[in-house]
Design a binder for this molecule. Structure first.
Ligand SMILES: Cc1cc2nc3c(=O)[nH]c(=O)nc-3n(C[C@H](O)[C@H](O)[C@H](O)COP(=O)(O)OP(=O)(O)OC[C@H]3O[C@@H](n4cnc5c(N)ncnc54)[C@H](O)[C@@H]3O)c2cc1C
Length: 287
């Protein structure tokens, strides 16, 4: 099949690689001039163990499984990563109930090796840490997300696939046995494919709405939020990731580490603020 994947973020590249490995002819259309310049270059680069997700949710199933596959992929493709582990910490007695709830959920989700430890044991692991109890997750890690995307692209290209940069897909139209896709430009060009996968990140809703015949009620609402990170200039005082017990709507401000070495750098973030400013997708103009 001729497959068009829209968006060269981590999701689009992973989908494109999988389709190419399955023997399909794959083109990735990316609006920007480089890959991974959207959400995939603005995150904590954490390999999540799968601790928090509610029982029976897709994330509870996919996160632990995907994490095991990701470590295997990193090892086989030389992607820099570190299984450094993570501590979720309760800083007062009032948080212990929530910490235990995370521990229980992690066990239900089948996450390996999670355990609740007391303050003294936490201090033995991380001498600079002050807490009343913690949950240790040895499977959590960090990854160099750009090297990961480069490796996905490498596999795609090895199988004859390609990424077309500066290629904004403006509209999709179904036809018998496939799809026509409009490539933006002074004279929009229509291209035909057997299958199209919308991996456009923050542009996914816009493209779904520009897909002829796609029911508007199936397009999820776009809720935008902005996170701020702070870089820690000194040598990191922790060797593991440190997270608070989760806060409503997020994981809470956490300490993450560089994927390459324990001494390189640490970031503290992110907060989470809802915003009304819409993302600019390269080539799409204001909306
Ligand atoms: C602050 C923050 C921290 C996070 N931390 C983590 C973490 O630690 N670990 C983790 O696993 N996940 C984390 N995530 C989530 C993770 O970053 C995202 O799930 C992931 O990057 C989404 O990738 P994507 O490919 O869907 O989107 P994107 O990376 O945004 O890719 C979409 C691409 O589509 C292109 N595009 C859009 N519209 C069109 C169009 N019409 N035509 C052509 N191209 C188009 C865009 O230019 C973009 O390159 C975090 C997210 C945020 C916001």
């Amino acid at each position: 099949m001729q497959v068009l994947v829209v968006g060269a973020g981590v999701v689009g590249l992973a989908v494109a690689r999988a389709a190419a490995l399955a023997g399909h002819d794959v083109v990735v259309a990316e609006a920007a001039s480089v890959m991974g310049s959207g959400i995939s270059s603005r995150n904590s680069e954490v390999i999540h163990a799968g601790l928090y997700y509610p029982t029976s949710s897709r994330r509870a199933y996919h996160c632990p499984r995907g994490r095991r596959m990701l470590y295997d992929f990193c090892a086989s493709h030389g992607v820099p990563h570190r299984k450094c582990g993570k501590l979720v910490v309760a800083t007062n007695a009032g948080e212990i109930g929530r910490l235990e709830a995370v521990h229980k959920q992690a066990q239900v989700n089948g996450v390996e090796g999670v355990e609740i430890i007391d303050a003294a044991a936490a201090k033995r692991l991380e001498p600079a840490l002050a807490c009343v109890a913690a949950m240790h997750s040895p499977q959590t890690g960090v990854i160099d997300s750009h090297r990961f995307m480069l490796a996905l692209r490498g596999d795609l290209e090895d199988r004859g696939g390609m990424v077309a940069f500066a290629s904004l897909i403006e509209r999709l139209k179904p036809r018998v046995g496939g799809w026509d896709a409009a490539l933006a430009g002074s004279e929009p060009q229509w291209l035909s494919f057997d299958a199209v996968v919308n991996c456009a990140g923050l542009g996914a809703q816009r493209l779904a709405r520009a897909t002829e015949g796609y029911p508007a009620e199936r397009v999820p609402r776009l809720v935008l939020a902005k996170g701020n990170y702070f870089a820690f200039a000194g040598r990191p005082v922790f060797s593991r990731l440190i997270y608070p017990v989760p806060v409503p709507g997020g994981l809470g401000v956490h300490v993450t580490l560089d994927s390459l070495s324990t001494s390189a750098s640490a970031t503290i973030g992110r907060d989470c603020r809802t915003t009304r400013s819409r993302p600019t997708i390269a080539g799409s103009g204001p909306s």
